[in-house]
Design a protein around this ligand. Structure first.
Ligand code: SF4
Length: 409
């Protein structure tokens, strides 16, 4: 199983420098990623009133403050105590790319030197009123090895902590509040605005295989004291970890997406190997449970993600099979033109083929959209940017080694 290599040289950013990303996280308790309940317990454990949790959560997420000295409604004694024992540290940015179309990508180095990436995609439709969707990673790499996925090819390294997950959202919002030098020093935190309107847990990793940190992070996204996002604006996307789908239905109410990609077990076993463990009949039953059984009065649907692979899963027959499979499951279908990565074993379906496939679904009564490709000028598929950065740092290491070798001759 391959892993993402830690870089030997970092690309410093003033944003990360300005918020003092020192090794505090190792010596102090990182309050980023703690839910309201966890933070209340933390304050109790240091002899403080639990309501301090609400104050601190508002400072961190609604005002972007990481320096306890700036949390002015805390007493000086408490500010000093927190500065000594705690910190608020998001993951460290080592690379970022901002596209002409507004798409932003970051590569973060998380504890231990692993790399993960996060993508922000603004809507280009004025009717969507400034929607900005952040695609958040939940693991370093992924163990599920879907055959069309760049992340799956990198193998699995480890789960992300809640701080590393919610920190991706914190950094994305901070990127809109900083000056052109990306320093937080001069930001008026009373004017702080969170610009990210939607979050999809659809980046690197299978979120349901890193269950607790993912659910904690989504609680913070929904909390009125933190980001206050509506439950329809936070989406968890799973490839089909069926037992955890039932657990999720009990624990939190967010939108659900399923990475389906094939309408029958034979093909799905090949494209999404977890299907061998949890085949389609079990997956669809778990999705129906999520929609109907938890709160039957609350009208819900699932989003079906379906990547369009030329000559593999994109025939008219596949479309008719999909219609039959989804009968009785309120669904919106999102067709995703495949975004090829180096050595990918598939090609993108033609526009005509996607159109014909989409028509069959629409005529059967499904709401069907085709995802627009964004950020073309910065890179392509999920996981690819990490691969490029890791590759560049490996080349840099090789180059430095060659200089040393020459010096030793
Ligand atoms: S598609 Fe999702 S679940 Fe499958 S390998 Fe990629 S990241 Fe993992």
């Amino acid at each position: 199983m391959s892993t993402v290599q830690a870089p030997t040289q970092h690309v410093p950013t003033k944003l990360t420098d300005s918020i003092k990303l020192v090794d505090e996280a190792h010596a102090k308790t990182n309050l980023l990623g703690m839910t309201q309940a966890q933070l209340s317990n933390y304050f109790k454990s240091i002899g403080e009133k639990p309501f301090r949790a609400t104050q601190v959560i508002k400072w961190i997420y609604q005002h972007g403050v990481t320096d306890f000295e700036k949390m002015t409604n805390l007493s000086k004694t408490l500010r000093d105590k927190l500065s000594l024992n705690a910190c608020v540290v998001p993951p460290k940015i080592i690379h970022r790319q901002y596209s002409d179309d507004g798409t932003r990508k970051w590569v973060f180095e998380v504890t231990g030197g692993s790399l993960v990436e996060t993508v922000l995609i603004p809507a280009d439709d004025s009717k969507l009123n400034g929607r900005k969707t952040l695609c958040v990673s939940s693991q370093v790499g992924c163990a599920l090895d879907c055959s069309f996925c760049s992340t799956g090819k990198q193998g699995f390294e480890r789960d992300l902590s809640a701080a590393e997950i919610i920190g991706q959202l914190w950094v994305a919002n901070a990127s809109y509040m900083t000056d052109e030098n990306e320093s937080l020093e001069n930001v008026d935190h009373s004017l702080w605005e969170n610009n990210v309107t939607n979050v999809v847990m659809m980046g690197m990793g299978e979120p349901l295989l890193n269950y607790k940190p993912v659910v904690s992070s989504m609680e913070i996204m929904l909390s009125d004291h933190a980001y206050g996002l509506s439950k329809r604006r936070v989406t968890l996307s799973t490839s089909g970890v069926v037992p955890k789908m039932y657990q999720l239905a009990q624990d939190i109410d967010v939108a659900l997406a399923i990475s389906l990609h094939a309408p029958n077990d034979e093909l799905r076993n090949e494209l999404v190997p977890i299907n061998k463990k949890y085949p389609l009949d079990e997956l669809i039953a778990a999705a129906k449970n999520y929609v109907y059984d938890v709160n039957p009065r609350h009208k819900k649907h699932v989003t079906i993600e379906y990547v369009m692979l030329d000559g593999v899963n994109d025939s008219n027959e596949h479309a008719h099979q999909l219609v039959a499979l989804l009968e009785g499951l309120p669904s919106k279908i999102n067709l995703i033109p495949f975004n090829p990565f180096p050595h990918a074993p598939y090609d993108k379906s033609s526009n005509n083929r996607i159109h014909a496939f989409s028509n069959i679904l629409s005529e059967a009564g499904f709401v069907c959209t085709v995802r627009q490709t964004r950020g073309d000028d910065i890179d392509a598929a999920c996981g690819q940017l990490v691969g490029q950065v890791a590759d560049r740092t490996r080349r840099s290491a090789a180059w430095q080694q060659s200089i040393k070798d020459r010096e030793n001759v």
